[in-house]
Design a protein around this ligand. Structure first.
Ligand code: CP
Length: 307
């Protein structure tokens, strides 16, 4: 593995190898002696986390993953304002300079779709796409898939309801693509018509034979699903988000009543108002554990790149 740019570059055996590694790192981190051993695994290696957009989970879990391996994380947040991008520097020039500094991995989040590929095109240093505009968020999809796999022991023959701002949400796009690599999945996309998932994703689903439907009826989608994957309105990517009709897509006590008991509720986070905090106490709510899974999945990715 060199650059990590898209979920499309992973086949099912690579994905499941990552899951095994992530679970192994989870066990090792939980054991004090093994945790100390891990902390010398990549001593001297350096991570550059280059974030042009805000992040809590992705940046901090990548940096924590680096710290768990004894790596040195060097970070810039809000690079859109505080790096020389604000003076007009291109992502290519920035990455060429970072290559001169000898980082071992660059984790990049950027507001423009395709920016991670642009960066990778000029980079000897491995680039990990930590979210590029409305494009992809491959490491989120991998940790999402791991969360599903930990619950169901499989990634095929699942009924998955994916809801929210599917036009602008890169996590929904990446997860739908990843699930299309597996047989027998059925996806229900729940959104208002203005925020439907992109045609490019629907084409991929059709080509792979993955069944899907689009609906505005949240309750209908929840009634018969195993995985609920809910997302927020991406206000920062919309010119006038307040002008959109309200979807009424909040997962709340009423929604829990129609959701099967063995389903799980996921969300890439941050949430705004699309999942009522009262839902957090329900055992089906898995979004905080899902975020936690990201630490170990990202350790596994680092290990694949560096070993
Ligand atoms: N899920 C996710 O990408 O969260 P952050 O924006 O906090 O990194």
């Amino acid at each position: 593995m060199h650059h990590v740019l898209s979920v499309e570059q992973f086949d099912s055996s690579q994905i499941e190898e990552l899951f095994v590694e992530a679970d192994r790192f989870r066990d090792q981190v939980a054991d004090p002696k093994q945790r100390r051993d891990l902390a010398s695994r990549y001593v001297g290696k350096q991570l550059c986390s280059l974030f042009y957009e805000p992040s809590t989970r992705t940046r901090l879990s990548f940096e924590k993953a680096a710290a768990n391996f004894g790596m040195i994380p060097i970070s810039t947040e809000n690079a859109r304002e505080f790096s020389s991008a604000s003076k007009g520097e291109t992502i290519e020039d920035t990455v060429k300079v970072l290559n001169e500094y000898g980082f071992d991995i660059i984790v990049l989040r950027h507001h423009e779709t395709g920016s991670a590929s642009q960066a990778a095109s000029v980079s000897e240093t491995p680039i990990i796409n930590a979210g590029d505009g409305k494009g992809e968020h491959p490491t989120q999809a991998l940790l999402d898939a791991h969360t599903i796999f930990r619950k169901f022991g499989r990634l095929d023959n699942l009924r998955v309801a994916i809801g929210g701002d599917l036009a602008n949400g890169r996590t929904a796009r990446s997860l739908a693509q990843l699930l299309s690599h597996y047989k027998g999945n059925h996806l229900s996309f729940v959104s208002i018509p203005e925020l439907q998932i992109g045609e490019d994703i629907k084409v991929k689903l059709r080509e792979s034979g993955t069944g899907f439907e689009e609906t505005t009826d949240m309750y209908d989608a929840l009634r018969d699903t195993e995985v609920v994957y809910w997302t927020r309105l991406q206000r920062e990517r919309l010119d006038n988000p307040d002008a959109l009709p309200k979807g009424g897509f909040t997962i709340d006590a009423l929604a829990l009543e129609v959701l099967p008991q063995d389903a799980i509720i996921m969300h890439p986070l941050p949430r705004v108002d699309e999942i009522d905090p009262q839902v957090d106490a329900d055992p089906r709510a898995q979004y905080f554990q899902q975020a936690g899974n990201g630490l170990y999945l990202r350790m596994a990715l680092f290990d694949q790149i560096l070993k």
